[in-house]
Design a protein around this ligand. Structure first.
Ligand code: B12
Length: 157
């Protein structure tokens, strides 16, 4: 019985240590990258977010992997990325419960639909446009989601 209790205490200690690592806020990218294992009782989920602008000067492309995310939808995982690295800070507009948030800018680089027909499209791991926005999209474990500044509308426009 005593052995069982010691084992259980050890499991709890390891699990809560990982949980603290995995759920820290304001962590820098290096610390997040160190967080390789998840809480023993949670499934690991790792999502890479890529932000790509080859349309306007200065061009840039940055990626960040969020390990052990505790969130389901892309919008919250984006917040973890923004906490880890200021490059991933974004601006958005809320359109209500159904559509959720429209992503207007990364790092203060805005799409300009009205004048130039540009916007930040969201691409899944196969580089296809996601059928829903950031608030409803649920990335898979290991998926890379790309935000690409593009020109022209999506399929049904
Ligand atoms: C025009 C349009 C766009 C334009 C909006 C340009 C503009 N600002 O005017 C552009 C090309 C930028 C666009 C982008 C996207 N869109 Co769109 N879009 C439409 C479309 C064809 C018409 C919307 C409209 O004008 N309604 C009429 C006006 C009067 O009503 P409104 O409420 O003011 O409309 C606004 C919102 O719909 C908003 N908007 C447009 N798309 C999206 C997507 C999201 C997630 C949000 C929050 C808001 C939003 O822009 C409209 C104009 O301000 C609808 C389909 C439809 N027929 O409704 C799809 C639609 C709304 N879009 C859709 C999607 C998926 C996207 C993208 C996520 C695609 C992608 N993977 O990149 C991106 C958004 C990415 C991001 N940065 O967040 C889906 C949403 C599905 C869902 N339940 O989440 C729809 C329903 C099309 C579909 N195939 O099902 N879109």
């Amino acid at each position: 019985m005593a052995r069982f209790l010691i084992f259980f205490a050890l499991v709890l200690a390891v699990s809560s240590q990982n949980d603290t690592q995995c759920s820290q806020t304001g962590a820098d990218a290096e610390k997040l990258e160190d967080c390789i294992t998840c809480n023993l009782f949670k499934k690991p989920k790792e999502v890479t977010i890529r932000v790509r602008n080859v349309l306007t000067e200065p061009n840039f492309e940055e990626s960040l992997t969020v390990n052990c995310t505790r969130f389901k939808t892309l919008f919250y995982i984006m917040q973890e990325a923004a906490e880890a690295n200021r490059f991933f800070r974004f601006t958005c507009k809320y359109y209500g419960k159904e559509l959720g948030f429209f992503i207007e800018a990364f790092n203060d680089v805005f799409g300009n639909w009205a004048e130039k027909k540009t916007y930040w499209e969201i691409l899944d791991g196969d580089l296809n446009q996601t059928p829903v926005g950031a608030s409803n999209y649920v990335p898979k474990h290991g998926e890379t989601v790309t935000f690409n500044l593009t020109q022209g509308g999506h399929e049904d426009i």
